[in-house]
Write a protein that binds this ligand. Structure first.
Ligand code: 6R9
Length: 636
């Protein structure tokens, strides 16, 4: 167990040095000691970042659900695996034990198998944060089927694109969902999406709200009767370590979303190891991550990482503001939560409210506080530290990505001294490097550059579904021989990392990655729009908000601009989802462009952020006069 649980900084450095000296040995020891393999690997790692090709634990055979469920039955069958806290605070929380979860997963897997789902098939899951969501991921994994979860806030068009991109024949959805006071009619969104998805043969519908739905004959079936009739046992399908476990979409700076493919063995080892260490997880802890399972954070740190460790993982259906802004803290108190993991945007939103919402609750059970998704600003960090942690719970600012599968840079709580806004030190086995704009590595400390990783770790995504060339181009071409993250970072005098934000056209709004290109495409569909450009600008709660510059085909004098703004945001809501709506829309007579026709977003970003004192070099602009017009009419 020695290298599984890090207990102090000196030990961190020992483990880290060892992990970098010989990563294969390091991960092999962990894989050997802590997991159930049906067959041992022939080779720990083979890799070539130029192809790119990465294989961990090649030749090994396993099923991840045996690791997350079956093996716990002998030692903790009656322990709560999932603690489900419903949207409605008046309703009882549901404690699902390992035994019960195992049974529910087996039944669900049998239902999927009856519907013809086989190893390797992709299954789309579009569900709210209810236990069936976690169960459906595991049921797919039980069969060796590949889940593709789509966050249930995405629109019908966005859902259809994702279903078609990885050819799902089966969709798991619900009639509706509860979010605070609202009830959302999810089935109608699915029905709309499926009109564009000729390949979908079956949809299984979970009854959650009891709202009225239309069930399409021959395609849609209620899930519950099928579960009731299914056998409660199901042998796990044994797969190769490098067989895909899931596809999860993330925004790119251009083009359609990228279906990141994660495989089984390495993903399991890395998420389990990082869960245990980054959260200093112990057997009787109650761990809560507030993310949605529709994002990577939920996959790795609500489902797989915690369950592989036999942990109790809280799943919360609702929102932080319902019935009031004390909901998170009420849940922490009620379930005596020990590790709490959330996003900076949630912290900022709660910090705006009356402190009584926090102080009314006993938060003394907390031992570790985590954040993820975007850089945390200093003010939010201090608020979290003082009011939630009472300066007694270390904050782990965890940096990672959908592509990395697990936490890459993070303090080890109670070992690594923390500094606000610093993600601090790499996890064992992770080798960060910084590059300058000319592609030269920046060595030494007190430096800033673009963040890349120079050696594979077990949970790195292996490809983009159906587009390996795009995978190579996006991540392995900028700095040959390394994985490029798309983020900027600085390394301080002692070697701590601080992530400074995206260096590409991805904008992080309330922790959600949004590519500018698909939003601009949606806007440009409006018949009155000639052209548009989206940039991010600083926002108190969301971190960044979206500012859209839109030029119209005819000058807008005669048009009702407010109405146009509404129509544009409606188009974005329909094509992508409400998370991508623009906070501000400015109609302009033109967009600043280089002679080669590229929009100079750098300038637009400065204007949107009210930072116009130094616009930098605008001499390469084809139309410098529009810059003054845009500034004069700026909404900022
Ligand atoms: C896990 C997750 C990835 C992007 C990433 C970076 C930003 C995530 C961060 C952070 C600063 C942190 N990001 N964690 N930036 N500090 N602790 O969020 O995955 O949705 O793919 O987003 O989020 O810019 O590149 P994903």
């Amino acid at each position: 167990m020695s290298n599984y649980h890090i207990k102090h900084l000196e030990e961190y450095w020992q483990v880290y040095r060892k992990s970098v000296r010989n990563p294969e040995n390091f991960w092999e020891e962990i894989a050997e000691e802590h997991f159930l393999w049906r067959k041992r690997w022939d080779k720990v790692l083979s890799w070539d970042f130029s192809k790119p090709e990465i294989k961990w634990f090649e030749g090994a055979r396993l099923n991840i659900t045996e690791n997350c469920l079956d093996r716990h039955l002998a030692v903790r069958a009656d322990k709560t695996a999932i603690l489900f806290e419903p949207n409605d605070p008046a309703k009882e929380a549901e404690h699902i034990s390992y035994r019960q979860l195992h049974e529910r997963v087996c039944r669900f897997a049998n239902v999927l198998a009856d519907q013809g789902v086989e190893k390797g098939d992709r299954v789309c899951i579009y569900l709210p944060m209810i236990p069936e969501l976690a169960v459906s991921l595991l049921a797919c994994a039980r069969l060796g089927a590949v889940h593709s979860v789509v966050f249930a806030g995405f629109s019908a068009t966005a859902l259809a694109t994702r279903i078609n991109d990885c050819d799902c024949k089966t969709v798991i959805c619900s009639d509706g969902s509860y979010r605070g006071k609202k009830t959302i009619d999810l089935k109608t969104i699915v029905d709309q999406a499926l009109e564009e998805c000729p390949g979908v043969e079956t949809s299984l519908v979970v009854k959650r709200t009891g709202g009225e739905v239309t069930m399409k004959e021959g395609r849609d079936q209620w899930l519950q009767p099928l579960l009731d009739a299914a056998d409660a046992r199901r042998e796990a399908t044994i797969v190769d370590a490098e067989d895909p476990l899931f596809v999860l979409y993330t925004s790119g700076s251009t083009g359609k979303p990228k279906g990141m493919v994660h495989t089984t063995g390495g993903y399991m080892v890395y998420t389990a190891y990082t869960f245990k260490n980054a959260f200093q997880y112990r057997e009787n802890d109650v761990y809560w991550c507030t993310a949605d399972i529709g994002w990577i954070t939920g996959h790795s740190y609500i489902v797989y990482g915690p369950l592989a460790n036999g942990a109790t993982t809280v799943m919360f259906e609702g929102v932080p503001s319902y019935p009031d802004y004390g909901r998170f803290w009420e849940i922490v108190e009620k379930h005596k939560v020990t590790q709490f993991y959330t996003a900076p945007t949630a912290i900022r939103a709660l910090a705006k409210e009356n402190l009584d919402y926090v102080n009314q609750h006993d938060l003394s059970s907390l031992k570790v506080l985590g954040t993820v998704g975007e850089p945390i600003n200093e003010e939010a960090w201090h608020w979290y530290n003082e009011n939630v942690g009472k300066k007694n719970s270390p904050i782990i600012d965890t940096w990672w990505q959908t592509e990395t599968g697990g936490i890459m840079i993070s303090p080890i709580p109670y070992s690594t001294p923390t500094i606000p806004t610093f993600a601090t030190l790499p996890m064992p086995g992770v080798q960060p490097v910084l590059f300058d704009e000319n592609g030269k590595e920046i060595k030494g400390n007190s430096v800033e550059g673009r963040l890349a990783i120079k050696f594979p770790w077990p949970s790195i995504a292996r490809t983009i579904y159906g587009n390996h060339e795009r995978y190579r181009e996006t991540y392995f071409s900028a700095y040959p021989g390394t994985y490029f993250t798309g983020d900027g970072a600085l390394r301080d005098a002692v070697g701590y990392y601080r992530i400074t934000g995206r260096v590409d056209d991805v904008i992080i709004v309330s922790g959600h990655n949004l590519g500018t290109a698909p939003i601009e495409d949606a806007i440009n569909e409006h018949p009155a729009v000639a052209e548009s450009a989206i940039v991010g600008y600083p926002h108190d709660i969301k971190g960044n908000a979206l500012y859209g510059y839109v030029t119209l085909k005819e000058t807008g004098e005669s048009r009702d601009q407010d109405n146009l703004r509404k129509e544009i945001n409606q188009l974005i809501t329909d094509r992508i989802g409400p998370i991508a709506k623009l906070q501000k829309i400015q109609f302009t007579t033109g967009l600043p462009k280089t002679r080669s026709g590229k929009i100079m977003r750098r300038i637009l970003r400065k204007i949107a952020g009210k930072d116009t004192s130094n616009l930098g070099d605008i001499s390469t602009l084809l139309n410098p006069e529009v810059v003054q017009n845009i500034m004069d009419e700026s909404l900022a």
